[in-house]
Structure formats: C-alpha cells, structure tokens
Design a protein around this ligand. Sequence first.
Ligand code: ZN
Length: 309
Amino acid sequence: MKDILFLEPVLKEMIWGGSRLKSDFGYDIPSDHTGECWAVSAHANGDCTVKNGLFKGEKLSSLWKNHPELFGNVRGDVFPLLVKIIDAKNDLSIQVHPDDRYAAEHENGALGKTECWYILDCDPDGKIVIGHNAKDKTELKDMIDNQKWNDLIRVLPIKKGDFFQIEPGTVHAIKTGTLILETQQSSDITYRLYDYDRLSDGKPRELHINKCIDVITCPHEEVIADRNIIEFENATVEHLISCDYYTVSKLWVNGSQSFKQKEPFTILSVVEGEGNIDGTPIVKGDHFILPAGYGEYTMEGEVVVIKTV
Ligand code: ZN
C-alpha cells in the first residue's frame, strides 16, 4: 500500500486573525492574531511539507513536479488546489477575485480564484457577505463612488454547517467570529473593495476599486449548492459542490467504513473527532492526501472529514 501524505500546515498572521487555530485545532501558531492555516497547499506563498514516509521533508510543490505519478499524472504546471482553515476574529475586507481569463491577462498569467466555504463554527448571530445589490455596472460604480456600502453589500446570516460556493466576480467577506474551511483554486489574487475604513500601521490598506468594478458580476448571481446525501452502513456522505475545479463533500464516519478512491488523488481534512485511517491515527486538524492508486481506504472512529477531489 502507498504512503498517505500527511502535510505540515503553513500558519499565517493576519490583522483580523485570532488564536482559535491553536485552541480549536492544535496548530503551533506564531501569535494571537493568526488568521489562516494553509493546510494543503503547494503555492509559493505557503508550500506545505510532507510529515511522514518516503517523501518526508519534501514540499508539496516539488512532489507535484517530480512525482506526477502520485497525482495520477494530472496535467498542470502547479498543484491546482489550496485548502485553508480561516479564523476570523474580526471582519475581513470585502473583496472579489478575478476568473482565470482576467487573472492571466492582468496578473502575469496567475490563476483566477473560485473558492468555497464550509462553516466550521460561528457566533450565534454569525453573518457573512456574499453578493451585492447593484443592478448593473453603472449603479455599482455610483454606489462605490458615493460610499454607499450598507446599501451595496449583501449580508446573510449563517450557522455552523452552512456551505457557500464563491464564483469569481462575487463580492464576499468573512465576518467576525467565524471559522471556515476553504477549498479554492491555488491562487492568491484578491481585489479589495472596502476595508471598513480601518487603518493598518496607521494607514488604510490598498483598495483595488477599478479592478473590482471590472470583475464584479452585475447583477449578483446566486449559486445554489446542490447538497445531497448518501448513506453508508457506518457513514453519511454529503455532496457539497462540484465545479470545474473541485468536488467537495463531507463525510461523517461513525464506526468503521470503507470507501473507494475513484479520483486521481484525494485530499482529506479532519474537522471533528478522532479515529484512524487504515490503522494510522487521525485527529481533528489533520490534513492528508491519498495518492493515485491508493485504492480502497477504511476510516474508523468518530470523525467528520471534508473531502476534496
Ligand atoms: Zn476570497
């Protein structure tokens, strides 16, 4: 049997971050304003290291380049996905991402960014920003020019377990008191629309208003996630989303349950509980990849796992 690739996450300090990546997930955080755990990433801004086995110490980017057989020889210059856990102690700036075409043209060939959010936890009155209320680009420009942020920005209530797909061109922001697991294209291109007039080191952070106006979809287009459930003997699997870049599902295992690997490689993130996979212990906060050809795998225990393929 091939080695499971367990990954060492990269932790990032952010002005809006907190300490829950340590208190809830056990990560070794650099400070009490740590905002992001890049859990499965080969991006140059945060490249994860393999923790075990034959490839111990290797970066995920180097495995992708030098051992394509681990990933089913999937084409592509870069590992295509990035899985993060985000701890928003405070509001994140309101932002939007370009699509692949716009990013290729305006950001030196970078990828655009489609992302999705699984709400791991939030405050009882938790909220999130998704979408806007402008009917067309003219109204969008006008509302931005006149700083009508409360009219423009669409705020929704959230609860633990909610799931959202964020297409490029969608205005979005995570708000205070929210823990999220984010699966996204491996991109770091963000255009900031509004930052609540906050100061960072005495200065406002840069906004990218013109690029925002270029890429924001008008009017807002809602994506309804097609959630459906398959029952196994000792597990429940809920399909959350399939798009051009990823398919994400949620696995609740209670007991011992085998699954078949049907995809080139499988990313698994343990978000609750503990147990084992084929005898190797797993616990909340672990992230790992089943390489190509791993075949059938058995998870045992009481765990909730987000699967990305
Ligand atoms: Zn985003």
